[in-house]
Design a protein around this ligand. Structure first.
Ligand SMILES: Cc1cc2nc3c(=O)[nH]c(=O)nc-3n(C[C@H](O)[C@H](O)[C@H](O)COP(=O)(O)OP(=O)(O)OC[C@H]3O[C@@H](n4cnc5c(N)ncnc54)[C@H](O)[C@@H]3O)c2cc1C
Length: 407
């Protein structure tokens, strides 16, 4: 019987599965497939790479990771469909690949609800391939003004990068603030002030209805009927798990691939990890897609242990993010509201803690994020902070209550 492990997708999840399996098993055949032409890379490092040209963080495992680990790496290889009965994958080049065990690590792609997103000239920043097309256009002097539709996390990161590359940016956002899934209004306003101070125009409560054009994009039409024009149009309208190729395979999906706490799908021998999987939230137990890097890596380790014959249940996904390249540090962890809010703002520093039943359920920090680790630890361990709640907003290192967070 075929014993080969095949991993579809070489993002942070896919390559972590391969690396972790290889640490313990030097002999098993591992094939890893990527629809992109690059060595495995870390998407959070893309903006920095384009700004500085340094690729050591982008190719976070080293460009030669696959040779070093003796993995068969097939770049530019896209899987079209899966047949679990025969344990076969059909590739878009017409060939078929058999597997013994399979890891679904196809990550997430652009969620594109705006009509015309597939017109020539509509860019996105979801993959290195897509990002490179955009930045090549900027470097060639073809893009001096850009419109970004969507001011979520990726839209804001991209706006900051484009501003640094001297591109005039207009952002349009249907919600009343930036990064509304991550930030409550006050912290979102700090980010918006920062983005605007660098010269970007940011329009809230403005829905992009369609990218216009027959073949090439010519403008973006807003719900109000107004049409905006620029050199480049960018869809930053969210992300969704890449599961289309699983249609008809019998692998159970909802928004993403449904897995248990061992990252197993409903089909024996098939696992899923990373943005493609729907996992349990560590705080709320809700199941959904938690599309951040540390979750992808942690889930991948669970999968690798399963492939090696161990059971290492997943602790559950975290909701957290920080913004890079902003003049002010911002950190968002957990829920963005609770029964009670503790708030402190002075000298450009904002701390907001959200408490329910005397426990931290989320927090937002801006200007000084050094206390993030302590708050996160208290939150994850569900410590009742009532005895020291009056001191929480003044997190001086060495304060007596700190020990509650690190025990
Ligand atoms: C611009 C940007 C900034 C980010 N910043 C942060 C951050 O600051 N902090 C953070 O925690 N997270 C951040 N993220 C999110 C983080 O990058 C993702 O959570 C992480 O990359 C998920 O890893 P993954 O391996 O599951 O999926 P992905 O990174 O999406 O990788 C999946 C890979 O599978 C390939 N693939 C897809 N379909 C197929 C197919 N049919 N056949 C073969 N290959 C296929 C894709 O081409 C892709 O290379 C950021 C993401 C982006 C885009």
């Amino acid at each position: 019987m075929e014993s080969r492990i095949v991993i579809v997708g070489a993002g942070p999840a896919g390559i972590t599965v391969a690396e972790t399996v290889r640490e313990r098993d030097r002999d098993v055949d591992i094939t890893i497939l990527s629809s992109e032409p690059f060595p495995p890379y870390a998407p959070p490092a893309m903006a920095d790479y384009f700004l500085t040209g340094r690729d050591s963080t982008l190719f976070w495992k080293g460009r030669d990771i696959c040779e070093r680990l003796k993995l068969e790496y097939r770049a530019n290889t896209r899987v079209k469909s899966l047949a679990p009965k025969t344990r076969e994958l059909s590739l878009t080049d017409g060939s078929v690949l058999s597997y013994g065990r399979l890891v679904i690590a196809t990550g997430s792609g652009l969620y594109a609800p705006v009509t015309g997103h597939d017109l020539q000239g509509v860019y996105n920043f979801k993959s290195l391939s897509a990002a490179k097309q955009l930045v090549d256009g900027v470097r060639a002097g073809q893009i001096r003004r850009a419109i970004i539709v969507g001011a979520g996390f990726i839209g804001v990161e991209l706006a900051l990068l484009l501003q640094d590359l001297n591109v005039a940016v207009t952002m349009i956002e249907m919600q009343d603030r930036l990064m509304s899934r991550m930030l409550e209004p006050e912290t979102a306003e700090i980010v918006a002030e920062n983005v605007r101070a660098r010269g970007a125009e940011v329009r809230f409560d403005t829905r992009g209805e369609a990218f216009l054009g027959d073949h090439d994009v010519t403008g973006v039409k807003l719900e109000s009927g107004e049409v905006l024009h620029a050199d480049a149009y960018i869809a930053a309208t969210g992300v969704k798990p890449v599961i289309e190729w699983l249609e008809g395979s019998g692998v159970e999906t909802s928004w993403g691939v449904i897995v248990d706490d061992l990252q197993r799908t409903n089909i024996p021998g098939i696992y899923a990890a990373g943005d493609v999987a729907e996992t349990r939230d560590r705080m709320t137990s809700e199941r959904y897609m938690h599309a951040i890097f540390p979750n992808a890596v942690a889930q991948a380790r669970v999968v690798a242990h399963g492939l090696l014959g161990f059971e290492l249940p997943y602790e559950g996904a975290e909701t957290m993010n920080s913004l890079k390249h902003l003049g002010v540090e911002v950190m968002a962890v957990g829920a963005q509201s609770g029964e009670e809010t503790l708030r402190w703002r002075k000298h450009g520093v904002l701390r907001k803690l959200f408490l329910t039943d005397g426990r931290i359920v989320g927090f937002r920090l801006a200007g000084d994020i050094r206390a993030a680790g302590v708050y996160r630890s208290l939150m994850l361990r569900r410590v009742d902070v009532t005895p020291f709640r009056d001191h929480l907003l003044d997190p001086r290192p060495g304060a007596a209550w700190f020990s509650s967070a690190v025990v």
